[in-house]
Design a protein around this ligand. Sequence first.
Ligand code: SF4
Ligand code: SF4
Length: 393
Amino acid sequence: MNRRQFLKSALFTTVGAFLLKTTKVIAAETKKLIEKVSTKKYRNLNISAIGFGLMRLPQKNGEPDVTRTQAMVDYAMEHGINYFDTAWYYHGGKSELTVGKVFKKYPRSSYYLADKLPLRILGGKDHVLQVFEEQLKKCNVYEQLSQKKKEGKIKYLGFSIHDTPELLEEVIKTYKWDFVQLPINLIDWEKTDSSGWYGVNAKKQYEIATKAGLPVVVMNPLKGGQLSTLNQAAVELLKKENPNVSPSSWSLRYVASLENVFVVLSGMTEMEHMVDNVKTFTNFKPLTEKEQKVLSNAIAVYKSSGAITCTYCQYCVGCPIGIDIPKQFNIYNEYKADNKKDKFIAAYESVKAGCRAQDCISCGICKPKCPQKLDIPSLMKEVAKTYKELKNA
Ligand code: SF4
Ligand code: SF4
């Protein structure tokens, strides 16, 4: 069950509560008394505890849909979300351009925007500056920030990293930073090996950053949407404790409850994700000890389903055979979540012949590109094997 499906199904069980909320929002809007999301303090700034990650924007004809993105950003700003996160790579460079368009109407001082340099394509120092200037222009904040830069007044410098705790430690030691952006979620929280479920070892990374005095921005809190699309058994455990909140809400609260986290980024694609997140972070309450146990149990149940820990980030694109790797993993994971054999077979067969998991030649080109350190060729074999077994069953 994905986040949209959960939110829709929740309508039936919690229709009263949902309508009340909707009514409340509409009424509040009429009176201009919109409740704002909770904030956390970073230095002397008040940052919204939930930030809008701009890497999974709604799309139209393969490009970010500016109209829908504008509506989501307007809703976010209206409800006090003031932290937004983009990068050179997101949507093949179009995320930054969309930022330039949708934030035009807002005073620059009314929001915080994090952007990232594309380290993988950067050459020397001159190239870094050239790309940086281009990013500022694309985001339409060139005038303001270039002036700040000339004055030496860029105040807070942070970095984003998807790697091992060892490399994190190295980067922290080498430069002077103000904050760090880390992938943290309950699936990746513990364990030290670099395969399967626990490649990132988020707990250790969080502790390293905390020890170094670096406040943390959390990315990937829902593991690319996996924590929104738990299997039925896991969802049931959460619903039993609280039928009115989505699985995403549980997992976002988990990371936002960590003391050294000042903002949690959520990559939102639909308006209902935005509405759900705003609801979670309005009058934010950390998870209680009991709730933490319930969530941990649900995640353990989900892990035992054998889903692949792909975050669908697309960093692995460029398979010479033309295999859409995240799509293959998504088809597999949906089967692990809903156990619907016919649906899995139909989805697998809807992929163009020659570009299916069974066509992987194990060249390994994709493997080093994966920030989750997934053994993609082996996992392709697993997807193909599952298809073969189900088809012949
Ligand atoms: S290992 Fe398989 S999936 Fe990865 S790039 Fe090679 S053929 Fe494509
Ligand atoms: S296989 Fe790895 S790189 Fe590819 S989409 Fe999944 S997590 Fe991202």
